[in-house]
Design a protein around this ligand. Structure first.
Ligand code: PLP
Length: 357
């Protein structure tokens, strides 16, 4: 499919803060966006890049009422050599298509959306920040657009990709987080939509997130929905525990989002000779390991932060400090290595990186 490109007459890049540490996350957007339409007769059609603008939607568009939507999150990195790198983006399309299946949305052709992605990044390449740790965050999304209030899958959809520069997650070095174990709310249940990156999972998590923040913690640690016992995820990240020299993370039980960063951490740690175990781990086991000193590190993994070390957690009104409360050795090493891979500073033995400019 040919992608029709309409350039913006004027760039808004001058409105960006000059200091990249003021960029923050998800606040600034580039000049263009990629779009594509779906209807039953033509399938996905009319792939195009246009100046970024407001969308025109009927107030009865189905996405606004029943949340039939999927999204992805990935980054483009500006290397020190001036090159622009993408990282494992085919995983994002595969996951998006699995999310589509779950939400009864028509799947996309990875070849077409990859081309759209690369054309968009090339067109808006001046927006990719050069400062260490900064990147272009990219958000592919599909929404149901039928103007209809019955509950059924929509017949029409809009696919779009927007992008925007984001600042370094840790501008002053690692800042370990404190987390709040929720046994009142759950994020997802096996058989539900937790495996899909779909909007409702996130609106459903806001009440728990607010409670955690009101109690002075930055993220929620989610337990399984059935027994409120096994650790599943932290905020919108996957979670890892190092107990002695074993790295443990929950298996993909059906209620866990299969993170690309989770997968990268598992592969890299194994390559380094670390014993990685995907098994259920209960919050009681975590507390016991913390009490006897065998819990060495806890960290989250996700595209935005890459690695988020955890310094303390609160469970049933008791607070526990992990290790000495600073970033663990494995977390720091993984963070640095993944960053180096993404910015093209080290060899890429896994074949995960693609230079597009
Ligand atoms: C996106 C996401 C992750 C992390 O996935 P990555 O591909 O590593 O960015 C983990 N958990 C949830 C709930 C997510 O939405």
């Amino acid at each position: 499919m040919d992608i029709k490109i309409t350039r913006a007459s004027e760039s808004k890049i001058g409105t960006l803060p000059t200091d990249s540490s003021a960029l923050g996350f998800g606040r600034h957007f580039t000049d263009h966006m990629f779009l594509m339409d779906f209807n039953r007769e033509e399938g996905w059609h009319n792939p195009r890049i246009e100046p970024r603008r407001m969308l025109e939607l009927s107030p009865s568009a189905m996405v606004l009422h029943y949340g039939q939507q999927v999204f992805e999150g990935l980054k483009a990195y500006r290397g020190e050599d001036g090159g622009v790198y993408l990282f494992r983006y085919n995983n994002n399309w595969n996951r998006m298509n699995r999310s589509c299946e779950r939400m009864v949305i028509p799947t996309v052709d990875p070849a077409v959306v990859s081309e759209g992605l690369k054309e968009l990044v090339k067109l808006d390449q001046d927006w990719i920040p050069k400062a260490e740790g900064c990147a272009l965050y990219i958000r592919p999304t599909i929404i149901a657009t039928d103007p209809f209030l019955g509950v059924r899958p929509s017949d029409t959809y809009l696919f779009f990709i927007i992008a925007g520069p984001v600042g370094a997650y840790y501008p002053e070095g690692f800042n370990p987080i404190s987390i709040y174990v929720s046994d009142k709310y759950v994020r997802a249940v096996a058989g539900g939509t937790g495996e899909a990156k779909t909007s409702g999972n996130y609106s459903g998590s806001l009440a728990a997130q607010r409670e955690a923040q009101q109690a002075g913690y930055s993220q929620v640690l989610w337990l399984d929905a059935k027994e409120r016992k096994y650790v599943e995820e932290v905020g919108t990240m996957n979670i890892f525990f190092r107990i002695n020299d074993e790295l443990i993370t929950s298996p993909l039980t059906g209620s866990i989002l299969p993170g690309n960063t989770r997968d990268a951490v598992i592969s890299i740690a194994k390559e380094w000779g670390v014993k990685v175990v995907e098994r259920k781990i209960s919050i009681d086991e975590v507390v016991a390991a913390n009490d006897d000193g065998s819990l060495k590190e806890v960290f989250g993994s996700g595209t935005a932060a890459i690695i988020a070390p955890v310094k303390q957690f609160c469970y049933q009104d008791k607070e526990y400090q992990v290790g000495d409360g600073t970033t663990g050795e494995l977390a720091a090493r993984l963070y640095q290595y993944i960053l180096d891979l993404q910015y093209g500073r080290v060899d890429d033995p896994f074949g995960w990186r693609e230079r597009i400019i």
